[in-house]
Design a protein around this ligand. Sequence first.
Ligand SMILES: Nc1ncnc2c1ncn2[C@@H]1O[C@H](COP(=O)(O)OP(=O)(O)O)[C@@H](O)[C@H]1O
Ligand SMILES: [Mg+2]
Length: 389
Amino acid sequence: MPSLSEETHGAVKMLQPGATIGIIGGGQLGRMMALSAKYMGFRIGVLDPTPDCPTAQVADFQIVGEYDDKTAIHDLAEKSDVLTYEFENVDAEAIDEVRHLVAAPQGTDLLRVTQDRVHEKTFINEHGTETAPWREVNDFDELEAAIDELHYPCVLKTRSGGYDGHGQHVLKNDADLEKIRARGDRGGGFPPSILEGFVDFAFEASILVSGNGEQYVTFPIVRNDHRNNILHMTIAPAEVSPEIAKAAHELALRLAKGFELAGTLAIELFVTKDNRVIVNELAPRPHNSGHYTIEACSIDQFDAHIRGIAGWPLIQPKLLSPAVMVNVLGQHVLPTRAQIASHPEWNVHDYGKAQLRHNRKMGHITVLTDDTAATVAALEATGCWDDLK
Ligand SMILES: Nc1ncnc2c1ncn2[C@@H]1O[C@H](COP(=O)(O)OP(=O)(O)O)[C@@H](O)[C@H]1O
Ligand SMILES: [Mg+2]
């Protein structure tokens, strides 16, 4: 089995083509990581409970098992040279237990920090970066005390496990607070949570940063439009002042250095009406809002992730063209397929998921454009996304 060569890039060992990358999680992010890795000549193994999952369709082998199945993770580790993951709710301990078998260049500190909103916000603040004001709250009394300090409106979020707005409540007044109390009284309990002040943002944005443990590069800041708490559209680049772009790049580099980042990290941002950049949350992996990089950048977020964990050198990605990326959820699959024939400008991505479900991410479309407003209007005019209006 080809393994880590003795050749080094600085302190980082370089993985040679032919080596095997094991991915925990077999959804679309793993699939696009695998596609990048394959063209560079790596072999791919994937751990996922669903046979023929999106990643398995482009991988060399699949281990069918749950993400937290230690025997399955051990099996994947034994068959791989480097281990990575496509989502953040991986059992960090399980990865630590196989580090004598396989390289895990991302480490597990990044996972531990990003799995827990208290750790995450603490890390961000300690690295000189603003978040919404926040308080840790573990019971109803602490919640009331935190509201006294942060005032309405505010957002209650579970410390861990949330995604696409799950586990969140916006509290606008005492009546909303009473609903939380009633839920607890009904036996719903009070999961460990944080309370955040509500940010009156002008728009949401994100920035990606990639590293190989010693060298870090950033992608352009982009603008994100969510519908029903799910990303709908990304516009690259975001129309922001040079000062805002600079602030975003600098905070991304500070966080990457703080983590000694290997691979790609996504940073969700709020841009406020008074032109501040506030970090919302981190994702220790490629991100839906970075899919535009596949066509629009000189090196994409998945290439950069693979190069980073393989210890390869990185070059600053260039935006080759402005772009608009729109998600294709379950309800958009048939309408968009019916229009592929009329839209040669659509770069169509389909994740190969067997089950079509409402609001499930099934694919995305990226359009390269010189006029993002006209492209957004043209996409809307197709009617495919009318349910999100
Ligand atoms: N403090 C806040 N102020 C205003 N809006 C918020 C705040 N926190 C979250 N939101 C809104 O809720 C969405 C989901 O919150 P986020 O923390 O990113 O959780 P998730 O893990 O579900 O993505 C954000 O994209 C944003 O639109
Ligand atoms: Mg989010």
